[in-house]
Design a protein. Structure first.
Length: 131
């Protein structure tokens, strides 16, 4: 067994996990903090969303219903994200991956048009930043 030195993945770098490939995506301040980043599992088209689309309450493990509306209610309630002018472009870059599953950290995972949900979140951030 060889020893490997741990290292951080570079933006857009993919790692083969033995049949699954994950891609690291730098997402500064999305969902929060300058050093934020997300993983995208390419074969299953799963975006691991961290705190994006956080929902409150007793949610189902998986849904194909709207997650944007409940997530925006939660954002308004606890104001945990701090979108920057770059946030909408970052969200649209994620939408370009066409995820079929949004693996949400707090709330239901979403099976459906992940690109549309991310585009909707980008538009909501643009509106918030305009005010």
């Amino acid at each position: 067994m060889s020893e490997r030195t741990p290292r951080a993945m570079a933006n857009d770098e993919a790692l083969d996990l033995g049949g699954k490939r994950v891609r690291w995506l730098d997402t500064p301040h999305v969902p929060h903090n300058w050093d934020a980043g997300l993983l995208f599992e390419e074969s299953g088209r799963t975006l691991f969303c961290s705190d994006l689309f956080t929902q409150a309450g007793d949610t189902a493990p998986l849904t194909n219903s709207d997650i944007l509306g409940p997530a925006l209610v939660m954002e308004k309630r606890i104001q945990f994200s701090g979108p920057t002018p770059q946030s909408p472009a970052i969200l649209r870059r994620l939408a370009g991956l066409s995820p079929g599953l949004l693996a949400v950290m707090h709330g239901s995972a979403y099976a459906g048009d992940g690109a549309a949900a991310l585009e909707g979140l980008a538009a909501a951030y643009e509106k918030r930043l305009a005010h």
